[in-house]
Each structure stands twice: as C-alpha cells, then as structure tokens.
Write a protein that binds this ligand. Structure first.
Ligand code: ADP
Ligand code: GLC
Length: 485
C-alpha cells in the first residue's frame, strides 16, 4: 500500500512536541509492516540545513495570496529515515529562522494562512501524481490544522486517493479571516457552515474534519471528549455529526529511541529486571547538573520531573500553585525542562531562584535533558487539563518513573491509578486524579510521595509501568485497517 504522509513537523528534523515524534514513528511502523511510505514536509531553513543529496522531483505552481507561487519538490534520503522524504522548497514561505509556526517574539508568522494553504495545495497535487513520478498513493494521511486543506482540495477530484486526517490537538484550529480566504482564492463553495466557515472566519482544522474520508484522533478517550462542549472548541457538534468516520487510535512510542536499556543520552542504563543501580546513577547525574554537590539528602529526597510545553493545556498554573505547598510540607524536589508562555517561564525561574537546591528549572528545548529527566526523576508530573494522547507519560512509564496525571484523554487511557485494589493485583502504574483542581493534584502527589517511602511497593509500581507495551504494533495495525476500508 502506498501512503503519503503530510505534516508540518517530524523528529529529528523539526519538532516542537509530540506531533514530531508521531510523524517519525508512525510512518516507520507502517513501513516496517510493508507499506510504501513518503513523508512531505515544508522546507524550513533549519530542516534544509540538515539534508544533503537532494534530488529535484519537479517544479509546481499553485495559487498563493499574491498570485501564483512556484516551488520545487525535493526528494532526499535521511540516515534516520527508512523511506524517502519529500520537501517543499519555497524560500519565500519557509526559508526563515526559528520555529515553524511563530517568530522570535512568539507571534504567529503573519502569512501562516498562505504558508500552509500552499503546502496543502502542493500535497494534494502530489497525491494525484501531478509530477508524473509514477508513484500515486492509495492514501493521503494529513495531520493537524496545517494540513487540513489537503483533504478539501482532493475531495472533488476524480480517481483520488482516500484521505485520512488526524487531529493531534483540537485546541489549535488554524483560524484565519475571510480576507485570507479570498486572498488565497479558496473555492467559494467551501464558504459555508457546512464547509470551512467558522464564526465569520475559517478553520483549516475544520476543513480536515469536513472533507476527509476518515478522521482520527490520538486516543479513544479524547475521541469521545472532543464530541462534548467542554473539549470541543465549538467543533463538538460537527464532530458528533461525523462520529461515523471518527476513530480514536492510541499513539505508540518509538521503543528504540525511548528505551532506558539503550538510551545514549543517559549516564547509565537499566531495565525492568534491574532498575538500580542504573536509575540511581541517572538521578545522581541529573542532580549534579544543577547542584554543586549531590549529598545523601538530595539522593533520598523524592525528585519530581516535568518536561513539556509550558502552556495552559499542561496544567502549569496548577503546578505553580501546588509547588509552594509541597515545598513547605514535604522534602520533594522538582526538576523541569520546558518552554512556552513567558509568564509561566518567569514564575518557574523565580521559584528556582528562591529554592536553588529544590527547584531545578531549565527554560528551553533540550532533547537530551528530556531523556535525562525521564530517567533521573523518581516520579513524573503531567497534570494536563486535556491531553489528546500525551507521549511523555508513556516515556516516563517506560523509564520507571511513575506518572502523576489528570484523568483525561490519552492520560486516562495509559496510566492505571495506584488504588488499593490495583496495588494489590499489580496493575497499578501511576497516580491518577479525577477532579480538575489543585487540591486533587496535591492529593495525588501526596499519595505518590507516601508510596515512594515503601520501596518494595514502589518497585512493583515501577516495574508494572516498565513492562507495559506502548509500541506501535497494535495501533499501526488499526491505521492499516482504516486505510483499507
Ligand atoms: P505535546 O505534543 O502536547 O507537546 P506530548 O507528550 O505528546 O505533548 O509530546 C511532547 C514531546 O515533546 C515529547 O517528546 C517531549 O519530550 C518533547 N518536549 C516538549 N518540551 C520539551 C522541551 N522543552 N525540551 C525537550 N523536549 C521537549
Ligand atoms: C499533540 C497533543 C499530544 C499528542 C501529540 C501527538 O501535540 O497535545 O497529546 O501526544 O499531539 O499526537
């Protein structure tokens, strides 16, 4: 089966979050099952700088916001990839520094509508083999709002491939104005509430939901949640009406990249059979990165790790409210790497200044440190308000670092709470709270800290998590089945 993936990021070339991880690992899992895969990405400056030996597949010309846009489609082989990558090389839209979506000040690139409309138009052309490459996919799999228009451009084409659209996060709708719609010369029949129109503007995410043959999201619980007003961002009615084509398929993780037994980012390695001394050495090295001296008190105090985007979704405000309480009433310490909203970053840095030996904060994006925290922390805090799937909690389970999570989306689908009964029968893997507030979060952390003081039970919890299988084998099979319908 030939599958064209279309996405705005993919590890290790360009990654801002879990989307990048999935766009690396899912196509590879399908490739391993025998699928013939291509992945189309925008030619950002930083991405092109990492590629060599590119072959020009051809030139395309599509409508932009100020007349026709011409671009090249390149094909390359990357050592991390088992299949060819396709890159849209269009310097006016993508040759710029930094983040794929925002400028250095953190504001959306002002021409994002044009950037991703052009990207999607080209993807739709490639899906119809407009360059006469002799490679026409049976399925085009687009991801998140940046590629929402792909299915729309293909919808009325003859002999077109099947379109699948995956929602990785409904909170990012790709909303633009009517003026953008006109400038981009999008087809006027789309301008209706049954099409892409959304409260006077339009949404590229909505286009994917309306026009794709199948819509998926990244966990079964989130698939149900987004059909409710609480999680639906105004699209819940539409999603309810499309429930026949909406599927929740849990993300997998790449178990070669995220494996404590082989992880080259770690100072020592370990596995479920023998957690220590490897994990202790990881803790020591992690603490040593922040503290002048790692004494017994530091090694014995429970270390709570956090990794992620510092945005409201991740419950950072709850964490900020809980930290002073926990610092006052327990001996817990915190280690965090993240970046996002400036106000959160500043508050975290202030706490780190006030408690240098107990709150260790790195603001920024640091892939090795993310691995080191997963391994070196004793427990992992991820109290997201909503979480389409979440990969970090699965990484932490695999690294013997029990997660503390709110019962939502993929967190609810992957973490088993350490209730008395679950501890008894060995199925517990972490701590789950089900009321969305700071008091419930504190309660879950206190339960974790109490169990941490019972080493035999704690070890059982760690090992139960480490033995979970979150690889792609099952979920990739679900995607293949969906492609074949
Ligand atoms: P989301 O996609 O919502 O950000 P996920 O849990 O699905 O959340 O995936 C987050 C991914 O991004 C993980 O691979 C995580 O390690 C990585 N990540 C997030 N923030 C950082 C950071 N500041 N430094 C390093 N890696 C990060
Ligand atoms: C999004 C979601 C996250 C999910 C990731 C990959 O960024 O926020 O929950 O794991 O996409 O699907």
């Amino acid at each position: 089966m030939k599958i064209l993936f279309v996405a705005s990021e993919a590890f290790p070339l360009v990654k801002t979050g879990g989307l990048g991880d999935v766009l690396y690992s899912l196509p590879h899992a399908l490739h391993a099952l025998g699928a013939d895969v291509r992945l189309l990405l925008p030619g950002y400056r930083a991405l092109l700088a990492q590629l060599d030996q590119m072959r020009i597949l051809g030139w395309v010309e599509v409508r932009g916001a100020h007349g026709p846009v011409s671009a090249r489609v390149l094909e390359t082989r990357h050592p991390g990839y088992d299949f060819p990558l396709w890159v849209l090389d269009c310097p006016r839209l993508f040759d710029r520094p930094g983040n794929p979506y925002v400028n250095a000040a953190g504001d959306d690139w002002p021409d994002n509508a044009e950037r991703f409309a052009v990207f999607s138009r080209v993807a739709a052309q490639l899906a119809q083999d407009a360059l006469d490459l002799g490679w026409k996919p049976q399925v085009v799999h687009a991801n998140d709002w940046q590629t929402g228009l792909v299915a729309a451009f293909l919808a009325d084409q003859p002999l077109r491939p099947k379109t699948v659209f995956t929602i990785h996060n409904l909170a990012y709708g790709g909303y633009f104005s009517h003026a953008d719609f006109v400038r981009l010369q999008l087809p006027s029949p789309w301008w209706s509430p049954e099409g892409v129109e959304f409260h006077g503007g339009f949404s590229m995410l909505k286009a994917g939901i309306v026009y794709a043959d199948a819509v998926t999201t990244v966990s079964p619980t989130y698939a149900a949640e987004i059909c409710t007003p609480e999680f639906g961002y105004g699209l819940d009615g539409l999603l309810r009406s499309r429930q026949h084509k909406l599927h929740g398929i849990l993300n997998g993780i790449d178990t070669t990249i995220w494996n404590p037994a082989t992880d080259a980012h770690l100072p020592a390695r370990y596995s479920a059979g023998r957690v220590n001394p490897g994990k202790r050495r990881c803790k020591q090295a992690l603490l040593g990165r922040f503290l002048p001296q790692v004494d017994d008190a530091a090694m014995q105090a429970p270390l709570i790790g956090l990794v992620g985007r510092l945005v409201e979704q991740k419950g950072v405000d709850w964490v900020l409210a809980a930290m002073p309480v926990l610092l006052a009433e327990t001996d817990a310490r915190f280690v965090l790497v993240g970046s996002g909203q400036a106000a959160y970053e500043q508050k975290l840095l202030r706490l780190a200044q006030q408690h240098p030996d107990r709150v260790m904060v790195t603001i920024g994006y640091d892939e090795p440190l993310a691995h080191q925290i997963e391994a070196g922390a004793d427990m992992f805090l991820m109290p997201s308000r909503f979480e389409p799937c979440g990969l970090n909690q699965m990484y932490s389970l695999r690294y013997g670092t029990p997660p503390i999570v709110f019962k939502t989306g993929g967190l609810a689908d992957t973490v088993a709470d350490a209730s008395e009964a679950a501890l008894e029968d060995g199925s517990a893997t972490g701590f789950v709270f089900d009321t969305p507030d700071v008091a419930a979060l504190l309660d879950a952390v206190r339960r974790a800290l109490a169990l941490y003081r019972r080493p035999a039970q704690w070890r059982r919890l760690q090992q139960a998590g480490m033995r979970q299988t979150f690889d792609w084998s099952e979920s990739a099979g679900h995607y293949l089945a969906l492609y074949s319908i």
